[in-house]
Design a protein around this ligand. Sequence first.
Ligand SMILES: Nc1ncnc2c1ncn2[C@@H]1O[C@H](COP(=O)(O)OP(=O)(O)OP(=O)(O)O)[C@@H](O)[C@H]1O
Ligand SMILES: [Mg+2]
Length: 464
Amino acid sequence: MHANKPQPGLSEKAPGPGLSEHGLRTVLLLAFGGLLALMLVASVSALLSLRQLHAVEQQVASRFLSRTQALSEVVISVHIYDDQLAEFLLDDRAVELRESGPEIAERAAKVHSALRRYPSDGGPRERQLLEEIEESLSQQESISSAMLSLTPGDRKTRSPKFIQEQLLPRSLSILQVSQQIASLNGQELAKSNQDLLARFASLQSKLKSMLLAALTAGLVLSLLGTFYVLHLERQERERYLALADNRLELEKLSARLLDIQEQERRSIARELHDEVGQSLEALLVDLGRLSRLAPANEEAMRGQIANLKTLAENSVKTVRDIALLLRPSMLDDLGLIPALEWQAREVSRRGEMEVEVHPEMVSEHLPDEIKICVYRLVQEALNNAAAHASAKNARVSVTQGPERLEVEITDDGQGFDPQRVRGMGLLGMEERVKRLGGKLKIESRAGGGTRIMAELPLKLANSA
Ligand SMILES: Nc1ncnc2c1ncn2[C@@H]1O[C@H](COP(=O)(O)OP(=O)(O)OP(=O)(O)O)[C@@H](O)[C@H]1O
Ligand SMILES: [Mg+2]
């Protein structure tokens, strides 16, 4: 019934990768690449921007620091100069200019050098203020030089007024200008800090949008990936189902082939036995009758009849042998073990090798399919041992347990590699054993003989 049915699984091709799958794979690859590139660009640009911001921040801080330091040097040196000048002018002792003069001149030079050290890269307002300090200082120097050149007595009387009216106001004005420069510096620092903050905020928003883009791309990608995996899973399942279908169909087909083979063998055996065998038997009976009817003096005729009888007897035997090989009626008549022993005798009789049969606890009432399976296994194994192995001895053992029947056929022939060599005979063995839910194991190696073991479950076979 299965043979004529169309075999969908057999002819159908398993679904292969289509164009859409290829397209999907390309899209996935592109999306992955894009996401990676996006993340790379985002991180590199963030790193660069951060480094740049850090450099600018450092630059601003060091500019502010260097200006503040320079300015405080100017202020301190002006203070020291003024103090020294006032001290000299108010000195009670009659100190001459030539004693303290160089020291005062050195202080004045220090103020000028502190002013020169002030960074010159400032704006016009800063430059203007610095020039004002310079000018105030020069004025102070020139009016002081007149006081310095006085005699100690004159100097002492005029100094308090000079200090009060000339020195202190100028010194104060220099201090005020310095404060203006310091506040200019502070404003510049605040502006730079604001700039930095603005740049930092722009970096933040740039990073935010990149993160958002990466997240969106990641989401799309994971959706695509999930879709792709589901698609693959479905395809795999379909492929698996198609394969399982094919396998089932093949198993059914081979089981059916074995059935048909057994049936054909049975019917040919019956034809041979019932038709040809019966006709030859009838011929033998007629020949016996003819030999009795033949006159006693007809020696030649009796001889001919005897020859014909021998021929007919041989033919009967041959036909019986063939019929037995095709369908061993002994299996039904006598049971498994006698049929196996007959087979062993037949092989030994052909003079190819000695065969021993060792049965253990084998029941007379095994199910038909088990008996046929064991019989065919032993037949194929012995035929192989005789035909391919040049074996001298073979041994067949059949052991029945509570749940299974174990069959083992060993030979001492040349062996082979069962992993690489397979023919219809070995495949047939496997099919038969598998069909009954059993296991077949073939152990063989070059020069080491061959061992074939089959385990056939009895309960399953009974219930089947
Ligand atoms: N007992 C054995 N010793 C050595 N070689 C063997 C034995 N049994 C099988 N082989 C090797 O395995 C091959 C396959 O055996 P298989 O019975 O499947 O096919 P076959 O005997 O060649 O043909 P078929 O059984 O269909 O008449 C054999 O040709 C032989 O080379
Ligand atoms: Mg064979």
